[in-house]
Design a protein around this ligand. Sequence first.
Ligand code: C2E
Ligand code: MG
Ligand code: MG
Ligand code: MG
Length: 290
Amino acid sequence: DVKANGRSGLRLCHAELKRGYLARQTLAADLEHALRREELGLAFQPILALETLETRGFEALLRWHHPERGAISPAEFIPIAEETRLILPIGRWVIDEACRVAAEWPEEIGIAVNLSARQFADPLLLPGITTSLRRHGVAAGRLTLEITESALIRDDGAARAMLDEMRALGMRTALDDFGTGYASLSYLTRFPFDVIKIDQSFVRGSGPRSNDATIIETICDLARRLDLVIVAEGVETEEQLAMLRAAGCDKGQGYLFDRPLGEAASAARLAAERLKATRTALHASASDQR
Ligand code: C2E
Ligand code: MG
Ligand code: MG
Ligand code: MG
């Protein structure tokens, strides 16, 4: 009967909650050892200039290879790392590892790193970044720090001071997942960003003459007026690329160009691109002499 169903429904719900809670607890306990057991790694997704399709930099994306569960998505474990404050040691490792790998690339290639809200509020964040840049000999100007709106919500003054300090040290600041939060537009003028990253949800729905394409055109127009560099996330098709170019979007990343790559593959991509550029230049000068 209805009543009994309702009851068992409630019990089921409670059991599910409990299971979910226990799973999270287990994951949190595993995450505590993940760094030491070297289960964490970075993948590097190329960010290209949309005009020329040259690689301008890479975004470092955290990967967790769990011994039993295999690959676990950062969308699942970053929130746990935030709650448990494990994001602080993990975040320090991410920055140092990103600098180590970036040191192997040519100097004009940038590296973008994601920061979570708790890292962004950590007074030891900037000394840590500066140490890593020095240790690996990476210029501060190559580093872009990506943060989402959630890091800005807590304390206006402190957030602005942090962004100012990053820029004073020569680093770039990017507002990630732009358009998905509550107050995105006002954040552009209230906080000192160099870059905005258009969230992939807009790019995904951006067929010819769609509402999302209109939104992207408007964001690009606004960004140009505010002197911001625009990066589009999640570019998967030629149609999306054409629309983004027409809108005047500066850079993009997505499966159309490349997936997040391992360290060796990222270096190989840069080497292949250089070789191609050299060949093209040689060919051009040969035909000039003809
Ligand atoms: P994000 O910073 O917005 O990163 C972009 C996400 O989009 C990445 O997911 C990337 O793999 C994915 N992506 C790239 N191109 C495409 C595409 O063409 N199509 C689709 N559907 N997806 C694409 P990933 O690696 O799973 O990371 C998810 C989120 O986890 C990141 O979103 C970022 O917020 C967070 N994250 C990743 N690494 C770190 C880290 O080191 N620290 C912190 N605090 N957060 C991180
Ligand atoms: Mg990002
Ligand atoms: Mg994003
Ligand atoms: Mg995202």
